[in-house]
Ligand binder design. Structure first.
Ligand code: NDP
Length: 246
């Protein structure tokens, strides 16, 4: 038995891609899940599939850009399961473009979802985790959280921020409250993320990277590894790229 069975895990962005793959893996290992995202039909179907296979899952329709939605999501976990062991802050969008395109609404939205969303998740679970004197926050950054490239300035800024927030949380809470903090940074992964691109220039280029990506299961495995370690080991950082990605 690993250190996952029976854990209560809240996952944002569970309606597709990495979040969905992580939910399935964790359910197989006996975690009790709260699945959060905006598309209710997807969440409902995933929760039903998990339950059909003998797992435990509830879902919350939530926009991570709303602190209130995230409070309600954490509330559902506490009401249903009585505690929160892990938050996987995975929801994210990637409407990348050159700064000169002035897609200011995309910039605002990326900051709202990728940065504020992570903070809203932390705000929602931290009081319970501090009270429990245990917990684990897994934040999904990106290879773009280490390097900037043309079109990625704002997206990279949000993902650099995710790394900063994760390490800040670790420094403040690990020793003091026993709360573990992990940042998982994927390279190109085959999900629906490119659907969030709005720039026609980037959409035209995106076809080149499609097909190079790895399965979201590979990233789910990394998240599951971090969660499954014994409580006295805090895996702080994992970067995972397709072998073919430079
Ligand atoms: P997907 O587009 O498949 O999944 C993104 C998830 O985030 C969906 O479940 C979506 O659900 C949810 N989401 C988006 N906006 C919101 C919101 N405002 N509130 C709540 N949920 C939201 O992409 P991935 O699985 O690839 O993305 C997961 C994470 O991985 C992201 O943080 C992304 O930046 C990161 N990442 C992905 C890489 C890749 O190549 N795919 C590479 C590096 C990092 P819904 O629309 O139902 O709300």
């Amino acid at each position: 038995m690993d250190n996952i069975t029976g854990k209560v895990v809240v996952i944002t962005g569970a309606s597709s891609g990495i979040g969905e793959a992580t939910a399935k893996r964790l359910a197989e290992k006996g975690a009790k899940l709260v699945l959060a995202a905006r598309r209710e039909e997807r969440l409902k179907a995933l929760a039903a599939e998990i339950v059909r296979k003998g797992g435990e899952a509830a879902y919350a329709v939530a926009d991570v850009a709303s602190a209130e939605d995230m409070r309600k999501t954490a509330g559902l976990a506490l009401e249903r399961y009585g505690r929160i062991d892990v938050l996987v802050n995975n929801a994210g969008i990637m409407p990348v473009s050159r700064l000169s395109e002035l897609r200011v609404e995309d910039w605002d939205r990326m900051i709202d979802v990728n940065v504020k969303g992570v903070l809203h998740g932390i705000a929602a679970v931290l009081p319970a985790m501090r009270e429990q004197r245990s917990g684990h926050v897994v934040n999904v950054s990106s290879v773009a959280g280490y390097v900037v490239s043309p079109t990625s300035a704002v997206y990279s800024a949000t993902k650099f921020a995710v790394r900063a927030i994760t390490d800040g949380l670790r420094q403040e809470e690990s020793a003091a409250s026993g709360i573990r903090a992990t940042v998982v940074s994927p390279g190109i992964t085959n999900t629906e993320l490119l659907n969030t691109v709005t720039s026609p220039d980037v959409q035209a280029m995106a076809s080149h990277v499609q097909g190079m990506g790895i399965s979201p299961d590979r990233i789910a495995d990394a998240i599951v590894y971090a969660i499954g370690q014994p409580d006295d080991a805090s895996v702080n950082e994992i970067v995972i790229r397709p072998t073919a990605q430079t």
